[in-house]
Design a protein around this ligand. Structure first.
Ligand SMILES: C[S@@+](CC[C@H](N)C(=O)[O-])C[C@H]1O[C@@H](n2cnc3c(N)ncnc32)[C@H](O)[C@@H]1O
Length: 210
């Protein structure tokens, strides 16, 4: 597994602390409110679902959700949440190999994963999502904006422009994690010729692509 995969597997039990950051609460509430109308009545494929924080918001209106992640350890946490009456299933899957997931989906959601895709790979990743969604469907992306003091500082930038952070788990182990902060134009260019609707909050961005 990649260092990114290892990091999130080891972080699974403490991942949700990121959702307790006080300064982000207002934006988190806005994002939790913006997402459900976008997937209302739709069959959703969720990429890199992690511990299911956003799955829970999507489940309030979606017809069904197949929530996938590379790590069964994060999905194990996701399985402990309650999703009301929604049809929510979990499956391990690699975001770069979505052919392994069975089903037809008229919405795809990838939360806080684009930032972990190398700049050289974003077009391939984005086009993979667009190819997987049914005609008339929607691809929804959400991710972080860089805000000094709220995000981990950037500790390395490669010649290709990829940025990395050094992150520490509660037991002291450190990991170097790829974390890019794309602009609206960069996302638009990776998904072209599809159209992007872009919403910018203080800490997050939301892109709806169709
Ligand atoms: C920043 S977390 C986002 C989790 C969740 N979407 C959220 O916003 O709370 C990134 C997730 O990507 C998963 N991941 C890492 N590499 C992956 C890959 N190649 N395919 C699918 N998931 C992957 C990790 O296990 C982790 O759960």
């Amino acid at each position: 597994m990649s260092e990114l995969g290892d990091y999130y597997r080891e972080r699974a039990q403490e991942y949700d602390a990121v959702y307790d950051k006080p300064e982000r609460q207002e934006d988190l509430a806005r994002l939790r409110a913006l997402l459900p109308p976008l997937v209302a009545g739709r069959s959703v494929l969720e990429i890199a679902a992690g511990t299911g924080y956003w799955t829970k918001a999507l489940a309030t209106t979606a017809r069904s959700i197949v929530a996938t992640d590379l790590n069964d350890e994060t999905l194990a946490v996701a399985r402990t949440r309650s999703y009301g009456a929604a049809d929510v299933r979990f499956q391990t899957a690699d975001a770069y190999d979505l052919g392994a997931v069975q089903g037809r989906f008229d919405a795809i959601f990838a939360g806080f994963f684009w930032s972990h895709v190398l700049r050289a790979d974003v077009r391939r990743f984005a086009q993979g999502l667009l190819e997987r969604v049914e005609p008339g469907g929607v691809v929804i992306l959400a991710d972080n904006r860089y805000v000094e003091g709220s995000n981990y500082p950037i500790t390395r930038t490669t010649d290709a422009g990829d940025t990395y952070q050094t992150r520490q788990l509660s037991d002291g182990r450190t990991f170097e994690v790829l974390k890019n902060f794309p602009s609206q134009d960069e996302v638009a260019s990776a998904v072209a010729p599809a159209r992007v609707e872009w919403t910018e909050l203080t800490y997050f961005w939301l892109a709806t692509i169709s």
